[in-house]
Design a protein around this ligand. Structure first.
Ligand code: ZN
Length: 102
């Protein structure tokens, strides 16, 4: 793990870093945010239209762009997720969540 590759080996984020990090760094966070939002829009459309054949591709794209954004911020997405949810629901600490439904 280097300072420029915050994700641990074997994670999806690290895979994306290995493939794209140099380009992503050159593009920067602002340009990457535009790509991320665009891909989120495509995922929303695919879900709303029930386009099963596009779902895998769109989920993959959003996941990759989210990973890239975390890398550009110097953050390990897996570690963040485990820190927040590894002990169960952050509010009630139960798995599954036992919070009252809103
Ligand atoms: Zn809960």
């Amino acid at each position: 793990m280097s300072a420029e590759q915050p994700a641990r080996e074997g994670t999806f984020q690290r895979l994306i870093e290995d493939i794209y990090f140099d380009r992503d760094k050159d593009r920067g966070t602002q340009g990457t945010l535009l790509w991320f939002v665009e891909e989120v829009g495509e995922l929303v459309r695919a879900i709303r239209r029930g386009e099963r054949q596009n779902l895998e591709e769109e989920f993959g794209d959003v996941y990759a762009w989210l990973a890239t954004l975390a890398s550009l911020q110097g953050l390990d997405l897996e570690a963040i997720g485990r820190k927040k949810y590894g002990g169960g629901c952050p509010r009630c600490q139960a798995t599954p969540c036992a919070c009252p439904h809103p």
